[in-house]
Write a protein that binds this ligand. Structure first.
Ligand SMILES: [Zn+2]
Length: 259
């Protein structure tokens, strides 16, 4: 039964990943995500139905446009595969629980935001705000279905507390912490807070450890200089993924009760 759910979520992840590629391309350019149909950025030829199959089409076309042979970024199949993997992992972690949809939505949103942050050092409001409302709404539904209102209260308090801390940090030094990260803290706080305060601390801690390690590696290999801005949103998203997916194992030594 769980195997079936994981498989279905992986397939859903491929389809959602394909949609995320549209979001990643269009939202920072201020374009609509519903119309017009997808077209090749080089020659403008519309993408045919049969060339729009996640991962498979990119492999069949060997990463080139069918019409003008311009290379298609490996980012497309990569986002689709990552989304499928994240969805499968989330299904394995939560099973048939009411809060599964909230975390699927969370990871889809964070994946698109991370990709845009890497490419443009930007976390668009047009994604962050709807994502926050969607995740908070889906968790509210889970709270209503399970009666876990206490957990929901903790989630809201964690979101507001995280927002307040980041708001203060941004106020003190906007160069170190951009306001995009302040906005993002609400959805991270509500999603991790629903699981428990320990998850919020773990997510924040993991984000900074991952950020420090990758930052040192990039500076040591001269791919980045000390003065370069870092896409901190990516590390927050990674830390959040670690906390959600590996939290029960990582937090076990600190808790007396089992999850
Ligand atoms: Zn083309």
């Amino acid at each position: 039964m769980l195997g079936l759910l994981i498989g279905l979520c992986a397939l859903l992840g491929l389809a959602v990943g394909s949609f995320l590629n549209v979001v990643i391309y269009r939202v920072p350019r201020g374009e609509s995500i519903v119309s017009p149909r997808s077209a090749c950025p080089s020659c403008g030829a519309p993408i045919r139905e049969r060339d729009n199959i996640p991962v498979v089409s990119w492999l069949v076309l060997r990463g080139r446009c069918r019409d003008c042979k311009a290379p298609i970024s490996p980012r497309y199949p990569l986002v689709e595969l990552l989304c499928a993997g994240l969805f499968a992992g989330t299904a394995a972690r939560f099973g048939r629980q009411w809060d599964l949809p909230a975390y699927l939505a969370l990871f889809a949103g964070l994946l698109s935001l991370s990709t845009i942050d890497i490419e443009r050092l930007l976390l668009p409001k047009k994604i962050v705000y709807p994502l926050t409302v969607l995740v908070a709404g889906l968790l509210l539904m889970a709270a209503a279905a399970t009666g876990h209102w206490h957990d929901y209260a903790v989630a809201v308090i964690c979101a507001l507390a995280w927002f307040a801390v980041f708001f203060a940090l941004n106020f003190a030094s906007p160069r170190i912490l951009g306001f995009g990260d302040v906005r993002l803290s609400l959805v991270l706080g509500v999603a991790l807070g629903w699981l428990g305060v320990g998850y919020v601390l773990l997510g924040f801690f993991a984000a900074n450890v991952i950020g420090a390690v990758i930052g040192i590696l990039l500076i040591a290999t001269k791919r980045m200089s000390r003065s370069d801005r870092i896409p901190y949103g990516v590390f927050l998203a990674l830390g959040c993924a670690v906390a959600v997916l590996a939290g029960p194992e990582l937090l076990r030594p600190f808790t007396h009760h089992t999850f």
